[in-house]
Design a protein around this ligand. Structure first.
Ligand code: HEM
Length: 492
């Protein structure tokens, strides 16, 4: 009996030692306060706060956000390691409360774990919407929208223009044509309040980026201290009602298919209705609207803001376009390959002004993983901080300077997630499926703004480059500038 009693503490000690050995060593990180962990350190720009912490604790950093174990990856080397060695275990999104609403109970892609369904949905999108062949079919509509942008800026010559709104409209028309076979801005029937709809998309992207305390301290969710769940619900009631009515209308009034008009993506989804519920269909449509409308508009706005701060770069880009395209026609997509300066400016903007710096967090699944000699337990939340990666001075010389020419010396650095020192579209299984469409949209948009116009600032002086954090980061003060046409008016 005595032997049994004395062996119990020994057994506990051994069990705890074994457990610790199995757990392995966690990455270093800041001190975690009880209950809130490091939530108080995130501030209003979490990607920058986390970047500063990573400079002290390293590019694989462990901290607690509330009760949630979290690892922040802040270098291309560590990003490569996790994707190359643990691609599948690192493919699921954390089921956040915002995703429950914005993903209609995780029934679309963007907010969901990596299930066979999500794989299937990604395949449908890659095949029927965003494959190179499909994108080619939509060349015409992109070209028309580019002209429409140029024309409307030319019409407003000499007057201050809110650039963001025009860019949103252009993107909205391209993606709604691809999804619904109709352009929403200036075309669609009047039941759609386009500005209101764009604003809803912008609001969702902003709210989806806000760290909701209830995700990290689940015990207080019922309090909804930040009032976020109320806002999620309010927005999604509107969006779901709207998208469902479009879907129902499409079923009742199916389009007459002709060989000239490409099949809209909504019709592809409807044709698969045995496999896709209505809720899945509208969630996929929403994922694509969220991905397409705001991101490229923001990047273009940031790129123009950088060019206004660096007029020498702007005039170099104009000189190159004038030499390659001339002044007798508007630049088009076939010219882009011959415009390395535009390519470099877009990449440099993506590097320095990472618009989706933390994107949505992933969660380790299917067992713990080893990373840089540390053990990351199963269930840990993982953020890749693409802002840190973009300004890592081990890879980028003078990383805080806007120097587009740097990309001339880095021909192998692509944007599509293969080069881990530059991840504007993410990487791995959940890499952005719209990367090519988005990148091309920013390039042709920038080339148009640069070739077509000289620009004056509405309020000259130091440009405010502050940003507002969200799933995508906006320029806090929208850019207002005055276009002065450079081409003959018949060209617009
Ligand atoms: C310049 C424009 C764009 C940027 C900077 C951008 C950036 C991103 C990033 C960083 C992610 C997260 C990747 C990750 O988690 O590793 C993402 C995901 C996504 N993007 Fe984009 N994107 C852009 C354009 C587009 C377009 C045009 C579409 C659709 C037509 C789109 C649809 C999506 C979708 C559906 C996801 C979720 C993928 C998943 O969770 O599996 N994006 N994007």
């Amino acid at each position: 009996m005595l032997l049994v009693l004395t062996s119990i503490p020994l057994w506990f000690l051994l069990a705890s030692l074994t457990r610790r050995r199995n757990l392995g060593k966690l990455p270093p990180g800041p001190f975690n306060l009880p209950v809130i962990g490091c939530l108080h350190m995130l501030g209003s720009l979490p990607h920058i706060s986390l970047h500063k912490l990573s400079q002290k604790y390293g590019d694989v950093m462990y901290l607690k956000l509330g009760t949630r174990s979290t690892v922040i990856i802040s270098s291309g080397r560590a990003a490569r390691e996790i994707v190359k060695l643990h691609n599948l275990k690192f493919a699921s999104k954390v089921p956040l409360i915002s995703g429950k609403y914005f993903g209609n109970d995780y029934s679309g892609i963007a907010f969901s774990q990596y299930t066979p369904e999500v794989k299937f949905y990604r395949k449908i999108i890659n095949t029927h919407l965003l494959s190179p062949t499909k994108l080619k079919i939509y060349d015409g509509i992109r070209h028309e929208e580019q002209r429409r942008l140029a024309r409307s800026l030319s019409d407003e010559r000499g007057n201050p223009v809110l650039l963001r709104q025009k860019l949103h409209n252009m993107n909205m028309n391209v993606i709604t044509y691809m999804l619904f076979g109709k352009r929403f801005c200036g075309h669609y029937n009047n039941t759609v309040n386009v500005d209101g709809f764009v604003q809803v998309i912008v609001d969702i992207l902003r709210l989806a980026g806000v760290f909701n305390v209830s995700d990290y301290i689940p015990g207080i969710r019922w309090l909804d201290v930040q009032g976020l769940e109320k806002q999620y619900k309010h927005l999604m009631d509107r969006v779901n009602r709207h998208l469902l009515s479009i879907l129902q209308d499409r079923r009742v009034n199916p389009p007459v298919f002709t060989s000239e008009e490409p099949i809209a993506f909504i019709d592809v989804l409807i044709s698969m209705e045995e496999k896709l519920s209505d809720i899945t269909i509208i969630s996929l449509l929403l994922d694509l609207l969220l991905g397409a409308v705001d991101t490229s508009a923001l990047l273009l706005e940031w790129a123009m803001a950088e060019l206004f701060r660096h007029p020498v770069e702007l005039s170099r880009a104009q000189i190159q376009i004038d030499a390659v395209v001339g002044k007798e026609k508007l630049v088009d997509e076939s010219d882009i390959l011959k415009l390395p300066y535009i390519d470099a400016i877009v990449k440099e903007t993506m590097r320095l002004r990472s618009v989706a710096p933390l994107s949505l967090p992933k969660q380790v699944q299917g067992g713990p993983i080893k990373l840089s000699g540390y053990t990351i337990p199963n269930g840990t939340t993982i953020y890749i901080n693409s802002y840190s990666i973009g300004i890592d001075e081990r890879f980028w010389k003078d990383p805080l300077e806007f120097q587009p020419q740097r990309f001339f010396d880095l021909p192998d650095v692509d944007v599509f997630g293969h080069n881990f020192n530059f991840l504007p579209f993410g990487t791995g299984r959940r890499v952005c499926p719209g990367a090519k469409l988005g990148f091309d949209a920013v390039q042709i948009g920038l080339a148009t703004l640069v070739q077509g116009f000289d620009w004056k600032l509405d309020a000259p002086g130091n440009m405010n480059m502050d940003q507002t954090f969200g799933l995508v980061c906006h320029k806090s003060q929208p850019l207002v500038a005055i276009p002065v046409p450079r081409l003959d008016s018949h060209i617009y």
